[in-house]
Design a protein around this ligand. Sequence first.
Ligand code: UDX
Ligand code: ADP
Length: 468
Amino acid sequence: MSSIKIQKICCIGAGYVGGPTMSVIADKCPDLEVRVVDINKDRIEAWNDSDLTKLPIFEPGLDRIISRTRGRNLFFSLEMEKSISDADMVFISVNTPTKTKGLGAGQASDLSWVEASARQVAKYAKGHTIVIEKSTLPVRTAQAIKEILKTTTNRENQKNDISKTFSVLSNPEFLAEGTAINDLEKPDRVLIGGEDPEAVEALVNIYLNWVPSEQIICTNLWSSELSKLAANAFLAQRISSINSISAFCEATGADVQEVAKAIGTDKRIGDQFLSAGPGFGGSCFKKDILNLVYLSGYFGLPEVANYWNQVVLLNTWQQDRIYKIVLEKLFGTVNGKNIAILGFSFKANTNDTRESPAIRISCDLLEEGANLSIYDPKVSVERVEEDLEKTSFNNQGTWKMVNSIPEALKNVDAVLIITAWDEFFGLDWNYLASLMRSPAWVFDTRSVINRQEIENTGINLWKLGEGS
Ligand code: UDX
Ligand code: ADP
């Protein structure tokens, strides 16, 4: 048994990872007190809203867990100092976006938020504190955190004559948005990297409340950090691989769904993550691969860097390819044409739009002068506005957000399906065709439409990865 008894946990960062992860820990460990802190006041207020539809993130099943844990042993607050100083264990779960300026811009991760968090921990912690990297980080970031904790603490200790000590662990999160609660409750594995056996055991003991011991993998710090980057790179690589085959299918008359099924039944390949689509989005894949590319260059491995960089290049190419097909089918111009965008989030069952293929494709169409009507069941108009304004340089068209599918399709020349929300399956295309202008096109990038559904409606259908 670890001699470290954990009673209070603090998590810095109430985002897509920190919020759901701490909710599940609080749910599974009712004897632990879990405090999630953030510098963003609006976000904390939203987490504390009595109306559970106003939680800052949409994640199926999250509201159910929040309703039974919040105020019992789960608290969301702005109170950084007390939450950290009371805690036996602090998770760092803050944003680590790609650097936009300076050395490594466009590839390396910006660690400003992680560093600020480490400094806060060094300043406010009391006694012995286990500090856990939850955010995905470049390999050897734990070393930087250790140094910040050590040097800042030495100065603090001299000043206040108190002793504080730290153990740093890496415990990357593998949840996927949209299935976060299931992924957290029934993880394939939990990964813990660290050098202090007592600290590792203390964290293992928390997970043992609901995860079988054989699914808890303990490694050294650097393996744990690298495994997270490698797992995301491998997953993204599968998507770029199947997307490259989707283009091949369109050129040859093969069908990418049939190919995916045929290769996926080989146990060595497996059937997961073989859905061709408009390219991967989300906050992790692109950022983590670019980070891997940057680190490969840094460690003098240019061939490795080039290999992984190609996965990202193919992803961008896939998005550009779709936009160019829309343009080509609409007689080479979308200027003044009306186009419906169905789905703006990067995947179904989340309101997250980070790196969503919908952003790039919409901006390209806007720059060509298209008028877009955008429908997404969960993404807010403010989110879309920020995404489009940040990305579009020379917007010649117009866009509006609408509240229903029929409203989106009224008088449009084309529909572009970008996210596979459940409600886009099995639509009444006979009725929808009557709302559209003729000739009407549907561009299905997620295989939500069965070709028979659209027969006799007069609509022209283009499906990604399906030869004509
Ligand atoms: C990913 C990893 O899956 C998760 O383990 C890690 O912790 C964070 O990054 P996430 O980005 O939330 O999770 O979602 P994921 O389901 O992996 O989808 C990422 C993107 O790939 C989405 O845009 C999705 O539409 C796309 N995708 C996924 C495909 O295009 N085809 C597939 O077969 C699977
Ligand atoms: P992720 O998907 O990794 O969870 P998010 O951007 O959704 O990323 O969430 C990260 C959260 O971390 C944000 O709510 C942000 O305000 C918060 N954050 C960033 N830096 C700090 C900090 N120094 N102290 C507290 N919270 C922070």
